[in-house]
Design a binder for this molecule. Structure first.
Ligand SMILES: NC(=O)c1ccc[n+]([C@@H]2O[C@H](COP(=O)([O-])OP(=O)(O)OC[C@H]3O[C@@H](n4cnc5c(N)ncnc54)[C@H](OP(=O)(O)O)[C@@H]3O)[C@@H](O)[C@H]2O)c1
Length: 243
């Protein structure tokens, strides 16, 4: 492959009107070659061709964040494309359920996507960054900082992901690796809410949901920070959010 442009690897990319895709576009605007990774080839292909029409170099890579071999292969592929500059772990799942009703498999599966996948991804990213380091960002949620009734599995997975991110931030800062965590505190104005829960979206209105492009801007802010002023964590919410 002839492309030696620096690379952004984003894992957890779904439909075009979702956070993963918005992050791909924003990192493409930074001049990076974007590798959009996720489980659904059709969705990834849709994102890659939409970005291509905007002049952004991107490729798709099918990977399940919870499978070690997939995550290792993703970063091997990235090395063939170009030097890794930023890696973003965006995969997440959020299905409610009461603890007493919860199958053990459900709890474990939530943790596998919410936390274990973040470990696999973060480890491979650190191994892939060159001597100059890079940026590694994890997507958090309200769940990262507090438990809430009916969301015990998701809360525990996102809370653990945050602690993992903080440990990595301290462990690899000396190697020039800037690890960040972005708490998205509230519903995102993307397909997941507007198509999955249209009545809820209507109740919230535009002003009650966090804007996709504006979220992506925060990732770019962390990415561009110089080593003498690094942020570990940002939290984002609308002015209407009760928190
Ligand atoms: N949506 C919200 O309102 C909201 C609010 C706060 C925080 N967040 C966080 O924001 C992030 C993105 O969420 P989003 O809702 O906007 O979705 P999104 O960015 O549009 O897509 C994330 C994608 O991750 C993929 N994914 C799920 N499990 C995966 C796995 N095991 N391996 C690889 N990819 C996987 C899913 O695609 P496939 O199913 O096709 O694999 C999903 O479409 C998540 O971390 C979420 O917790 C979302």
């Amino acid at each position: 492959m002839e492309n030696t442009r620096a690379v952004a690897v984003i894992l957890g990319v779904g439909p075009m009107n979702g956070l993963g895709a918005a992050l791909c576009r924003r990192m493409g605007q930074e001049g990076l070659h974007v590798i959009a990774a996720g489980r659904t080839a059709d969705a990834l292909d849709g994102v890659v061709s939409a970005l291509a029409s905007e002049g952004i170099a991107a490729s798709a890579f099918v990977a399940d964040a919870t499978k070690e071999a997939d995550v290792v292969a993703l970063f091997e592929y990235s090395q063939a494309v170009g030097p890794l500059s930023i890696a973003i772990y965006n995969a997440g799942n959020n299905r409610p359920g009461k603890i007493v009703d919860m199958e053990a498999e459900y709890f474990e599966a939530t943790w596998r996507v919410g936390c274990f996948g973040g470990f696999l991804f973060g480890r491979q990213a650190v191994k892939t960054f060159g001597a100059e380091g890079g940026t590694l960002i994890f997507t958090g949620a309200s769940a990262s900082l507090r438990g809430r009734a009916q969301f015990g599995a998701f809360n525990s997975a996102k809370g653990a992901l945050r602690n993992l991110a903080q440990a990595m931030a301290k462990e690899y800062a000396g190697d020039g690796i800037h690890v960040g965590h972005i708490v998205i505190d509230g519903p995102i104005n993307g397909d997941k809410i507007t198509e999955g829960f249209p009545e809820y979206a209507e109740r919230l209105g535009e002003g009650g949901m966090i804007n996709l492009e504006q979220i992506a801007e925060s990732y770019a802010f962390l990415y561009r920070q110089p080593r003498t002023a690094w942020t570990f964590e940002l939290d984002l919410r609308t002015s209407q959010e009760r928190w």
